[in-house]
Design a protein around this ligand. Structure first.
Ligand SMILES: C[S@@+](CC[C@H](N)C(=O)[O-])C[C@H]1O[C@@H](n2cnc3c(N)ncnc32)[C@H](O)[C@@H]1O
Length: 260
């Protein structure tokens, strides 16, 4: 079924919860198409974390869609849709992947894989993007999170069997959930996370922490090539040493790597 028709023929009203969300209530919609679209979102959605719940979100065009059901006396099923707003969500995953097919990038990645070494137990891939860590390592107990629905969608396209192991979610939000992992890895992505405290909140200390921060004065190549700006924070070695310990930080190409 083509849901574009359902999407366009119904009136989306502004949600009371958030300025950027629009909703369709089952009572106000074409009933058969509504139920089919709900089923479609639930079956084909990518896991997305909202508040303290993980629910399926279906990404289509400029929007993502999810279902909220209230139980009890006034049972309601509502489809929410939100515009893919933040610039980080707009990173074009295909263009991103195409940037790193050259020999230098491949060598840099191989070196990173060697530095990470063996990973045992659960692995959290923070800012998983289109799945570089999965290209480098064979990980069974894997969880990938990324703020960008489009990047997560591309990862699933490349690694369909990982669909239930990835989630559209900001690290800052997951860090408040109390969930902890044996290994926390952030390849090329640690500088996008507002506070390094999030990494400690997500780690149980049993395995490894491997984080890549942009060096001071480094302007990311991806931003230049893809004409985009995603807020990030350059770090100094001294600053990272205070947070993670002197022995844990080393310089590598344009990055400071934290290894615990
Ligand atoms: C430079 S890419 C790295 C992707 C992948 N790790 C790789 O090495 O190819 C940075 C990724 O971090 C994601 N990101 C940015 N802010 C984030 C946040 N607060 N929480 C989770 N992911 C975030 C972006 O959407 C993007 O996919």
């Amino acid at each position: 079924m083509d849901f574009k028709q359902f999407i366009s023929e119904n009136t989306w009203t502004k949600s009371e919860v958030s300025e950027s969300h629009y909703v369709i209530d089952k009572n106000a919609a074409h009933s058969i198409r509504f139920d089919l679209f709900v089923a479609h979102i639930k079956t084909n959605g990518i896991k997305m974390r909202i508040n303290d719940k993980s629910i399926p979100a279906y990404v289509d065009g400029d929007y993502y869609y999810w279902v909220v059901e209230t139980s009890g006396r006034f049972k309601h099923t509502i489809i929410h849709r939100a515009y893919i707003i933040s610039i980080s969500e707009y990173v074009n995953p295909n263009a991103y992947d195409n940037l790193f097919q050259d020999e230098d990038s491949k060598m840099e990645n191989a070196k990173l894989s060697e530095m990470i070494g063996q990973l045992e137990g659960s692995v959290l891939d923070v800012g998983c993007g289109t799945g570089l860590l999965l290209e480098l390592k064979d990980i069974e107990d894997y969880t990938g999170i990324d703020a960008s629905p489009l990047m997560v969608q591309k990862l699933i396209e490349k690694f369909p069997n990982r669909k239930h192991q990835v989630m559209i979610c900001k690290a800052e939000i997951l860090s408040k959930s109390g969930r902890k992992y044996d290994n926390v890895i952030a390849l090329f992505s640690a500088s996008y996370i507002q506070s390094p405290k999030a990494f400690f909140d997500l780690w149980n200390g049993k395995g490894k922490m491997f984080l890549m921060f942009y060096k001071e004065y480094y302007f990311p190549f991806t931003h230049e090539r893809l004409s985009m700006f995603v807020p990030y924070k350059n770090r100094t070695m001294a600053e990272l040493q205070v947070i993670f310990g002197e022995e844990s930080v080393k310089a590598f190409n344009n990055y400071y790597i934290v290894q615990l």
